[in-house]
Design a protein around this ligand. Sequence first.
Ligand code: ACO
Length: 329
Amino acid sequence: MACTQIIGTGSYAPSRVITNQELEQRVETSDAWIRERTGIQERRQAAPDEATSDMAVQAARRALDMAGVAPEELDLIVVGTITADMPMPSCAAFVQAKLGARRAFAFDVGAACAGSLYAMSVADQFVRSGQVRRALVIGAELLTRVVDWEDRNTSVLFGDGAGAMVLSPSPTPEDGRGILSTHLHSDGTLAELLTIPGGGSRTPMTEEAVRAKLNTLKMNGREVFRVAVRSLVEATQEALAAHGLTPGQVDHVIAHQANARILEAALERLEIPRDKCWLNLHKYGNTSSASLPMTLDEAHRAGRLKRGDVIAMMAIGAGMTWGSAVVRW
Ligand code: ACO
């Protein structure tokens, strides 16, 4: 089977910045508390006329430009998102139309903050099997529209953005470069830890549901923290073991940016030095599925990723869903 390579990356963050100081005006919190507990200093907010697919397309165009792939060459578009433009059709359908990627089949993957890792894994299977030659993987999220701005437990954490990657079969499989493997896990018994309870079939979006703010994000932060550290560590150990790699052989960690303390705790247990993990959550907060491809793109464009480097990817989100991947760049 062919090995899949990441041949282009792109990202997009809206220009409007919400600082911790601005949040101090909205809820009882402080810049010091937010920095210390999360590492976040500011986050971005989409413009009122911007939807998730608009951000996704911006990130996608950058990834396609880098890859030298035209939209008409795409066979597949997978978007990881929990904040699609509308419940139906998929965000991917709008992305396909805006890009003019006429030949591609397009769909969304709902795995919350692990969404882009899940999407990458799905696309990887299609490329490996030979069914798809050019795949566009996107993580895009407009979380500032599903946050309760009066809830200090959640409103300080999240931001908007999009990241993208273009996947293609490796032209030189013998060099061993590409996505070596992905490892996905879920535990639906933990679903209640992180939800947007309203707007689905269980609780349709009535006026009463909106008054009760059931259209906004609810979270048991402490428990999510605990599960996140354990799961990220286990998944990353599993991925490294699959290739006989030791933590010392990891050159970079590209992780979902939920909370700096979650990542620090996971890295410590993995015995991977902190400076191998690219952090940008101080600028963007938690952008859910967007964060992993945004982080990959930043590290790539900063010239940090060298040919042959070993990248460990890890992500976790609502569901709970989590996973890891090993990529030889
Ligand atoms: N400002 C000031 N005080 C706050 C704030 C805030 N923004 N938010 C909560 N507090 C208060 C709490 O009310 C609590 O007060 P109390 O003791 O009087 O009840 C106190 O701070 C401590 O609360 P804890 O929940 O124990 O604080 P903790 O150190 O666990 O930090 C946090 C909270 C940051 C939410 C942490 O639990 C966390 O990051 N959890 C992971 C959540 C996460 O990353 N979710 C993202 C989505 S899922 C994902 O991406 C993996």
